[in-house]
Write a new protein. Structure first.
Length: 326
């Protein structure tokens, strides 16, 4: 058997290649622990400048025989070593777990909730989280306590969104050293399809019994207000409440009893898949806002008519994951 040679292998790898070999803290039951094998530490730019200043002070003390110069140089050098230890301890044995993440519409920021906890009776200061090159978020962790942090991630497409590998870092207390670790949690957020801007009334499919089409009720009764959601029709916004600075609210209506609306894939006025999904998303949102019983028909799946938040979430999830691999 031929022995592999290293003749064709590059001797020098880029820093990005070497970063792939660094250990990532993998979660155990959705919780990751930053032990000593997963923490890395290097001097910052200020730390390197501090080293240069110490070297210059040491050379000056040797040249002029300054006893106080030696004492100050070694004192500052010992202080930097202690600072390096405290920077590492500020990150060691932190636990990071997944928090709550609410579904969002495509194009909006998905706010991934993260819970950073201390179980070693040590206060942690200036703990930072960063995803890629995005802006970092910081929090202080009390001893034997936790802090909830939110990491915004831009959603571009419908379906499941995962944040990927997070970087946890700190430069406390003096900013001379940068300690960091990588965390990859089993965390995901459901991204709903973006609804179309223009409201187009739905065309009902057959009720499945008589084969006749059922239509939407013409006169609806006002039933109350709810918090404004992205994609709600501006005609349903309670502008009087908004003018009183009470927040944005959408009006809810109850349809006439005895009407059931079928939202059928075959009747969506669009040709490509994504346009159909956006149109049906708008139909689901309008039917839910009107309090009407509605069902959803997709190729290979049918959701029975119902009302309420559970029906809304079920239909939106079906549209978000339509065509996605299992």
């Amino acid at each position: 058997m031929a022995t592999p040679t290293l003749r064709n292998k590059p001797l020098v790898r880029s820093w990005r290649d070497w970063k792939s070999f660094l250990r990532t803290a993998t979660p155990v039951k959705d919780t990751a622990v930053l032990d000593r094998r997963h923490i890395y530490i290097l001097p910052t730019r200020q730390g390197l400048l501090f080293v240069v200043v110490l070297i210059c002070m040491l050379i000056g003390s040797i040249n002029y025989g300054l006893s106080l110069g030696f004492g100050l140089t070694f004192l500052l050098g010992g202080l930097s070593v202690v600072a390096m230890l405290h920077t590492w301890r500020n990150l060691a044995h932190l636990t990071i777990s997944s928090g709550k993440t609410a579904p969002v519409f495509a194009g909006a920021d998905a706010n991934f909730g993260l819970i950073v906890s201390d179980l070693n009776s040590r206060c942690r200061y200036a703990i930072g989280l960063r995803l890629g090159k995005s802006e970092a978020v910081f929090a202080d962790i009390p001893a034997d306590g936790h802090a909830e942090m939110t990491m915004p991630v831009r959603s571009l497409h419908r379906g499941w969104l995962t944040p990927g590998r997070l970087t946890v870092f700190t430069e406390f207390p003096l900013g001379l050293f940068h300690a960091w670790s990588y965390v990859n949690l089993n965390h995901r957020c459901l991204v709903y399809p973006a609804p179309i801007a223009a409201r187009q009334p739905p065309v009902s499919g057959s009720d499945g019994k008589s084969g006749k089409a059922r239509t939407e009720a013409g006169d609806d009764d006002f039933s109350g207000l709810r918090a404004y959601q992205h994609g709600d029709s501006l005609r349903r916004v309670d502008w009087k409440a908004s003018a009183r600075e009470q927040g944005m609210f959408s009006k809810q209506f109850h349809a006439a009893s005895g009407t059931t609306l079928w939202l059928d894939w075959a009747l969506a006025p669009a040709h490509d898949t994504e346009s159909r999904i956006s149109q049906m998303t708008r139909w689901v949102m309008d039917a839910h806002a009107g309090g009407q019983a509605y069902g959803l028909r997709l190729p290979g799946r049918e959701i029975a008519p119902a009302t309420g938040e559970a029906q809304y979430r079920k239909c939106m999830e079906a549209l978000a994951l339509f065509g996605a691999p299992p």
